[in-house]
Write a new protein. Structure first.
Length: 179
């Protein structure tokens, strides 16, 4: 089984450095172009199925990839971005970013999904994928926070890293894992 991971295309909030969380933001024109380029890059990959977050920015990215490559899509709530509560729409300079993204502290603010809960949700979903889809090749279309959790599932937490920063992926970047 091959698991490919991509993050949705750019949104205006990405461009402005705002935390999106589960706020349902659409792709901007650049994000749509990124999705088309990613679709072109994936045309020679053997992908049986796309599993996508239901949020507009991921869903639209998945639809562009699907349309150009004729791959069926299943929408999965488990691939939604981490919930950031009242911090959605703010930049990382508007709150204690290092505390909220510190894996060891695992802070539980009201309305925010903790790092531990995010990892538990995403890692459980990967186990479910392995059980349900066996030898199929899957593309996950998701978000920055979920991408971090997927990377940590396969690669582990980099030594000495407590604040999970700089371990995500860029908009429409693709990473491949063999299971």
């Amino acid at each position: 089984m091959k698991l490919l991971l991509t993050r949705h295309g750019e949104t205006n909030w990405n461009k402005e450095g705002k935390i999106q969380g589960i706020t349902d933001i659409e792709l901007n024109d650049n994000g749509r172009e990124q999705a088309i380029k990613t679709s072109d890059k994936l045309k020679d990959e053997e992908i049986d199925l796309i599993l996508s977050s239901p949020l507009k920015r991921a869903r639209e990215t998945a639809e562009i990839i699907s349309k150009n490559n004729n791959i069926p899509i299943i929408i999965c709530d488990e691939l939604k971005e981490r919930t950031f509560g009242n911090f959605e729409g703010k930049t990382k300079y508007d709150f204690n970013f290092k505390e909220i993204f510190n894996y060891k502290l695992n802070v539980n603010y009201e309305g925010i999904e903790s790092m531990g809960d995010l990892f538990h949700r995403v890692h459980g979903f990967i186990e479910k994928i392995k059980d349900e889809y066996g030898e199929k090749n899957i593309l996950l279309v998701t978000h920055g926070g979920v991408a971090v959790a997927v990377r940590i599932y396969f690669e582990g937490i980099p030594e000495g890293m407590e604040v999970i920063e700089g371990f995500g992926i860029k908009n429409c970047e693709v990473i491949k894992y063999e299971i």
